[in-house]
Design a protein. Structure first.
Length: 312
Protein backbone atom coordinates (compact mmCIF):
# COMPACT_ATOMS: atom_id res chain seq x y z
CA UNK A 1 0.00 0.00 0.00
CA UNK A 2 3.00 2.32 0.44
CA UNK A 3 4.80 4.39 -2.16
CA UNK A 4 8.41 3.19 -2.35
CA UNK A 5 10.70 5.77 -0.78
CA UNK A 6 14.12 6.03 0.81
CA UNK A 7 13.99 4.15 4.16
CA UNK A 8 15.94 6.91 5.91
CA UNK A 9 13.31 9.42 4.82
CA UNK A 10 10.52 7.27 6.24
CA UNK A 11 12.36 6.78 9.52
CA UNK A 12 12.92 10.52 9.81
CA UNK A 13 9.16 11.15 9.83
CA UNK A 14 8.86 9.87 13.40
CA UNK A 15 11.45 12.42 14.56
CA UNK A 16 9.74 15.50 13.18
CA UNK A 17 7.74 17.90 15.29
CA UNK A 18 4.92 20.15 14.14
CA UNK A 19 5.89 23.73 13.39
CA UNK A 20 2.26 24.64 12.65
CA UNK A 21 -0.17 23.57 15.38
CA UNK A 22 -3.31 25.40 14.25
CA UNK A 23 -4.74 26.61 10.95
CA UNK A 24 -4.31 30.20 9.85
CA UNK A 25 -7.25 32.38 8.86
CA UNK A 26 -7.40 34.32 5.62
CA UNK A 27 -5.11 33.69 2.66
CA UNK A 28 -1.42 33.06 2.15
CA UNK A 29 0.67 36.19 1.65
CA UNK A 30 1.92 34.80 -1.67
CA UNK A 31 -1.55 35.10 -3.25
CA UNK A 32 -2.66 38.45 -1.86
CA UNK A 33 -4.47 40.60 -2.74
CA UNK A 34 -7.32 38.19 -3.46
CA UNK A 35 -10.07 38.63 -6.07
CA UNK A 36 -12.95 39.24 -3.66
CA UNK A 37 -15.48 39.93 -6.41
CA UNK A 38 -15.34 36.34 -7.68
CA UNK A 39 -14.61 34.56 -4.41
CA UNK A 40 -17.27 32.10 -3.29
CA UNK A 41 -18.08 31.96 0.43
CA UNK A 42 -20.12 28.96 1.54
CA UNK A 43 -21.96 29.33 4.83
CA UNK A 44 -22.02 26.74 7.61
CA UNK A 45 -25.82 26.48 7.88
CA UNK A 46 -26.67 22.83 8.46
CA UNK A 47 -23.01 21.92 8.88
CA UNK A 48 -20.50 21.04 11.54
CA UNK A 49 -17.37 22.82 10.32
CA UNK A 50 -14.09 23.94 11.81
CA UNK A 51 -10.61 22.95 12.83
CA UNK A 52 -9.85 19.50 14.20
CA UNK A 53 -6.68 17.76 15.31
CA UNK A 54 -5.68 14.52 13.60
CA UNK A 55 -3.46 12.13 15.54
CA UNK A 56 -0.21 11.09 13.84
CA UNK A 57 2.73 9.12 15.29
CA UNK A 58 4.61 12.35 16.02
CA UNK A 59 1.85 14.68 17.19
CA UNK A 60 -1.45 16.34 16.43
CA UNK A 61 -1.88 17.61 12.86
CA UNK A 62 -4.27 20.54 12.31
CA UNK A 63 -6.98 20.00 9.69
CA UNK A 64 -10.23 21.55 8.56
CA UNK A 65 -13.31 19.32 8.64
CA UNK A 66 -16.81 20.00 7.37
CA UNK A 67 -19.81 17.65 7.32
CA UNK A 68 -23.58 17.75 7.70
CA UNK A 69 -24.65 18.60 11.25
CA UNK A 70 -26.86 15.53 11.54
CA UNK A 71 -27.07 12.06 10.08
CA UNK A 72 -24.20 9.95 8.89
CA UNK A 73 -21.91 8.21 8.70
CA UNK A 74 -20.99 10.19 5.59
CA UNK A 75 -18.77 9.30 2.64
CA UNK A 76 -15.33 10.80 3.19
CA UNK A 77 -13.45 13.14 0.85
CA UNK A 78 -9.84 14.05 1.51
CA UNK A 79 -9.22 17.58 0.21
CA UNK A 80 -5.58 18.27 -0.62
CA UNK A 81 -4.28 21.83 -0.57
CA UNK A 82 -2.61 23.91 -3.23
CA UNK A 83 0.99 25.03 -2.64
CA UNK A 84 -0.42 27.75 -0.36
CA UNK A 85 -1.64 25.42 2.38
CA UNK A 86 -5.07 25.15 3.97
CA UNK A 87 -6.40 28.67 3.57
CA UNK A 88 -9.93 29.99 3.08
CA UNK A 89 -10.46 28.63 -0.43
CA UNK A 90 -9.62 25.06 0.62
CA UNK A 91 -11.84 25.40 3.69
CA UNK A 92 -14.64 26.60 1.43
CA UNK A 93 -14.23 23.59 -0.86
CA UNK A 94 -14.70 21.42 2.23
CA UNK A 95 -17.93 23.22 3.07
CA UNK A 96 -19.19 22.84 -0.51
CA UNK A 97 -18.61 19.10 -0.27
CA UNK A 98 -20.27 18.98 3.14
CA UNK A 99 -23.34 20.64 1.61
CA UNK A 100 -23.40 17.60 -0.69
CA UNK A 101 -23.51 15.18 2.22
CA UNK A 102 -19.81 14.37 2.55
CA UNK A 103 -17.38 14.54 5.42
CA UNK A 104 -14.56 16.59 3.91
CA UNK A 105 -11.16 16.80 5.60
CA UNK A 106 -8.28 19.09 4.56
CA UNK A 107 -5.11 18.43 6.59
CA UNK A 108 -2.30 21.00 6.75
CA UNK A 109 0.26 18.78 5.06
CA UNK A 110 3.15 21.25 5.47
CA UNK A 111 2.69 21.51 9.24
CA UNK A 112 6.05 19.93 10.08
CA UNK A 113 8.05 21.99 7.62
CA UNK A 114 6.62 25.50 8.14
CA UNK A 115 3.74 27.92 7.72
CA UNK A 116 2.99 28.61 4.03
CA UNK A 117 0.71 31.52 4.85
CA UNK A 118 3.64 33.60 6.16
CA UNK A 119 5.80 33.42 3.02
CA UNK A 120 5.15 36.24 0.53
CA UNK A 121 7.39 35.10 -2.33
CA UNK A 122 6.12 32.15 -4.33
CA UNK A 123 9.59 30.96 -5.34
CA UNK A 124 10.75 31.05 -1.73
CA UNK A 125 7.64 29.11 -0.75
CA UNK A 126 8.40 26.40 -3.29
CA UNK A 127 12.12 26.28 -2.52
CA UNK A 128 12.15 26.58 1.26
CA UNK A 129 8.98 24.72 2.23
CA UNK A 130 7.11 22.77 -0.45
CA UNK A 131 10.19 21.01 -1.84
CA UNK A 132 11.05 19.77 1.66
CA UNK A 133 7.78 17.87 2.19
CA UNK A 134 8.37 14.12 1.63
CA UNK A 135 5.77 12.20 -0.33
CA UNK A 136 5.99 9.45 2.30
CA UNK A 137 4.98 11.94 4.99
CA UNK A 138 2.01 13.09 2.92
CA UNK A 139 0.77 9.55 2.30
CA UNK A 140 1.03 8.74 6.02
CA UNK A 141 -0.80 11.93 7.00
CA UNK A 142 -3.64 11.21 4.58
CA UNK A 143 -3.89 7.72 6.03
CA UNK A 144 -4.13 9.34 9.47
CA UNK A 145 -7.06 11.43 8.23
CA UNK A 146 -8.84 8.29 7.05
CA UNK A 147 -8.28 6.72 10.48
CA UNK A 148 -9.59 9.91 12.13
CA UNK A 149 -12.75 9.85 10.01
CA UNK A 150 -13.40 6.20 10.77
CA UNK A 151 -12.77 6.55 14.51
CA UNK A 152 -15.08 9.57 14.72
CA UNK A 153 -18.07 7.41 13.80
CA UNK A 154 -19.24 10.11 11.37
CA UNK A 155 -17.22 9.00 8.36
CA UNK A 156 -17.87 6.00 6.12
CA UNK A 157 -14.37 5.18 4.89
CA UNK A 158 -15.69 2.34 2.74
CA UNK A 159 -16.71 5.22 0.46
CA UNK A 160 -13.47 7.15 0.35
CA UNK A 161 -12.60 9.81 -2.21
CA UNK A 162 -9.86 12.37 -2.66
CA UNK A 163 -9.59 15.63 -4.55
CA UNK A 164 -6.74 18.12 -4.72
CA UNK A 165 -5.57 21.22 -6.52
CA UNK A 166 -2.20 22.16 -8.05
CA UNK A 167 0.33 20.56 -5.65
CA UNK A 168 -2.60 18.58 -4.29
CA UNK A 169 -3.58 17.43 -7.78
CA UNK A 170 -0.33 15.47 -8.03
CA UNK A 171 -0.96 14.04 -4.57
CA UNK A 172 -4.33 12.67 -5.72
CA UNK A 173 -2.61 10.45 -8.28
CA UNK A 174 0.02 9.35 -5.75
CA UNK A 175 -2.54 8.51 -3.09
CA UNK A 176 -4.52 6.44 -5.57
CA UNK A 177 -1.39 4.34 -6.08
CA UNK A 178 -0.74 4.22 -2.34
CA UNK A 179 -4.20 3.34 -0.98
CA UNK A 180 -5.82 0.46 -2.82
CA UNK A 181 -9.03 0.96 -0.82
CA UNK A 182 -9.66 4.38 -2.37
CA UNK A 183 -13.05 4.54 -4.13
CA UNK A 184 -12.39 7.42 -6.56
CA UNK A 185 -10.59 10.73 -6.95
CA UNK A 186 -10.45 13.98 -8.89
CA UNK A 187 -7.11 15.67 -9.61
CA UNK A 188 -7.17 19.35 -10.56
CA UNK A 189 -4.15 20.45 -12.61
CA UNK A 190 -1.47 18.50 -10.76
CA UNK A 191 1.86 17.67 -12.35
CA UNK A 192 2.13 14.15 -13.70
CA UNK A 193 5.76 14.18 -14.89
CA UNK A 194 8.69 15.75 -13.01
CA UNK A 195 12.31 14.94 -12.20
CA UNK A 196 12.72 12.53 -9.30
CA UNK A 197 14.18 13.72 -6.00
CA UNK A 198 14.97 11.95 -2.73
CA UNK A 199 11.78 13.25 -1.12
CA UNK A 200 9.63 12.93 -4.27
CA UNK A 201 11.04 9.77 -5.84
CA UNK A 202 8.03 8.85 -7.97
CA UNK A 203 5.52 10.82 -9.99
CA UNK A 204 2.08 9.86 -11.34
CA UNK A 205 3.43 8.67 -14.69
CA UNK A 206 5.67 6.21 -12.80
CA UNK A 207 2.79 4.73 -10.81
CA UNK A 208 0.13 4.12 -13.45
CA UNK A 209 0.20 0.36 -12.96
CA UNK A 210 -0.76 0.84 -9.28
CA UNK A 211 -3.55 3.38 -9.84
CA UNK A 212 -6.64 1.20 -9.65
CA UNK A 213 -9.27 3.59 -8.32
CA UNK A 214 -10.90 5.68 -11.07
CA UNK A 215 -9.29 9.13 -11.14
CA UNK A 216 -10.63 12.08 -13.14
CA UNK A 217 -8.00 14.62 -14.13
CA UNK A 218 -9.08 18.21 -14.86
CA UNK A 219 -6.39 20.23 -16.63
CA UNK A 220 -5.99 23.53 -18.46
CA UNK A 221 -4.74 23.56 -22.03
CA UNK A 222 -2.96 26.88 -21.46
CA UNK A 223 -1.29 25.86 -18.18
CA UNK A 224 2.23 27.30 -18.33
CA UNK A 225 3.52 24.94 -15.64
CA UNK A 226 2.08 21.66 -16.92
CA UNK A 227 2.86 21.14 -20.62
CA UNK A 228 0.11 19.56 -22.68
CA UNK A 229 2.44 16.83 -23.88
CA UNK A 230 2.91 15.58 -20.31
CA UNK A 231 -0.84 15.39 -19.85
CA UNK A 232 -1.11 13.53 -23.15
CA UNK A 233 1.57 11.05 -22.04
CA UNK A 234 -0.31 10.40 -18.81
CA UNK A 235 -3.55 9.92 -20.73
CA UNK A 236 -1.84 7.47 -23.07
CA UNK A 237 -0.26 5.54 -20.20
CA UNK A 238 -3.60 5.18 -18.41
CA UNK A 239 -5.28 4.00 -21.59
CA UNK A 240 -2.49 1.56 -22.42
CA UNK A 241 -2.73 0.07 -18.92
CA UNK A 242 -6.48 -0.35 -19.22
CA UNK A 243 -7.21 1.94 -16.28
CA UNK A 244 -10.62 3.44 -15.50
CA UNK A 245 -9.10 6.90 -15.06
CA UNK A 246 -9.47 9.69 -17.59
CA UNK A 247 -8.28 13.27 -18.12
CA UNK A 248 -10.31 16.20 -19.40
CA UNK A 249 -8.32 19.07 -20.92
CA UNK A 250 -9.99 22.50 -21.11
CA UNK A 251 -8.74 24.41 -24.18
CA UNK A 252 -7.20 27.86 -23.66
CA UNK A 253 -7.55 27.55 -19.89
CA UNK A 254 -4.80 28.49 -17.41
CA UNK A 255 -3.52 26.82 -14.31
CA UNK A 256 -5.64 27.24 -11.15
CA UNK A 257 -8.85 27.86 -13.08
CA UNK A 258 -10.90 26.64 -10.11
CA UNK A 259 -9.28 29.10 -7.67
CA UNK A 260 -12.07 31.70 -7.43
CA UNK A 261 -9.91 34.03 -5.32
CA UNK A 262 -7.23 34.44 -8.03
CA UNK A 263 -7.08 36.16 -11.44
CA UNK A 264 -6.67 32.69 -13.02
CA UNK A 265 -10.28 31.80 -12.11
CA UNK A 266 -12.41 30.80 -15.08
CA UNK A 267 -16.04 30.60 -14.04
CA UNK A 268 -17.34 28.44 -16.89
CA UNK A 269 -14.56 25.86 -16.63
CA UNK A 270 -14.68 25.85 -12.82
CA UNK A 271 -18.42 25.24 -12.79
CA UNK A 272 -18.08 22.49 -15.38
CA UNK A 273 -15.25 20.89 -13.44
CA UNK A 274 -17.25 20.92 -10.22
CA UNK A 275 -20.20 19.28 -11.95
CA UNK A 276 -17.85 16.66 -13.35
CA UNK A 277 -16.44 16.01 -9.86
CA UNK A 278 -19.89 15.45 -8.38
CA UNK A 279 -20.91 13.22 -11.26
CA UNK A 280 -17.65 11.25 -11.04
CA UNK A 281 -18.13 10.55 -7.35
CA UNK A 282 -21.73 9.48 -8.01
CA UNK A 283 -20.81 7.37 -11.03
CA UNK A 284 -18.09 5.54 -9.14
CA UNK A 285 -20.03 4.78 -5.98
CA UNK A 286 -18.66 7.30 -3.51
CA UNK A 287 -22.10 8.78 -2.98
CA UNK A 288 -25.49 8.49 -4.65
CA UNK A 289 -27.37 11.69 -3.76
CA UNK A 290 -31.12 11.93 -3.53
CA UNK A 291 -33.21 15.05 -3.98
CA UNK A 292 -31.06 18.16 -4.34
CA UNK A 293 -31.55 21.86 -4.72
CA UNK A 294 -29.28 24.70 -5.77
CA UNK A 295 -27.89 27.03 -3.11
CA UNK A 296 -25.98 30.29 -3.29
CA UNK A 297 -22.59 31.26 -1.93
CA UNK A 298 -23.72 34.66 -0.67
CA UNK A 299 -25.35 37.88 -1.81
CA UNK A 300 -24.13 38.77 -5.27
CA UNK A 301 -21.64 35.93 -5.36
CA UNK A 302 -21.70 33.02 -7.79
CA UNK A 303 -22.18 29.45 -6.63
CA UNK A 304 -22.05 26.11 -8.37
CA UNK A 305 -22.78 23.53 -5.75
CA UNK A 306 -25.94 21.80 -4.55
CA UNK A 307 -27.24 20.83 -1.18
CA UNK A 308 -28.30 17.25 -0.54
CA UNK A 309 -31.59 17.20 1.32
CA UNK A 310 -32.43 13.51 0.95
CA UNK A 311 -29.63 11.06 1.80
CA UNK A 312 -31.53 7.90 0.93
Amino acid sequence: MNVVVNREVVADLSRRGFVVTSLASGFALAVQPVEAQTMIVTDTTGLTAGEVKVATPDGQMPAYRAMPASGGPFPVVLVVQEVFGVHEHIKDVCRRLAKQGYMAIAPELYARQGDPTKISDIQALLRDLVSKVPDAQVMADLDACVAFAKASGSGNTDRLAITGFCWGGRIVWLYAAHNQKLTAGVAWYGRVISPATELQPKHPIDLVDRINAPILGLYGGADQGIPNDTVEKMTGALKAAGKKSTIHLYPDTPHAFHADYRPSFRKEEAEDGWKRLLAWFKQNGVWIPGLIRTTRGGAGRPSFFTFVIDHN
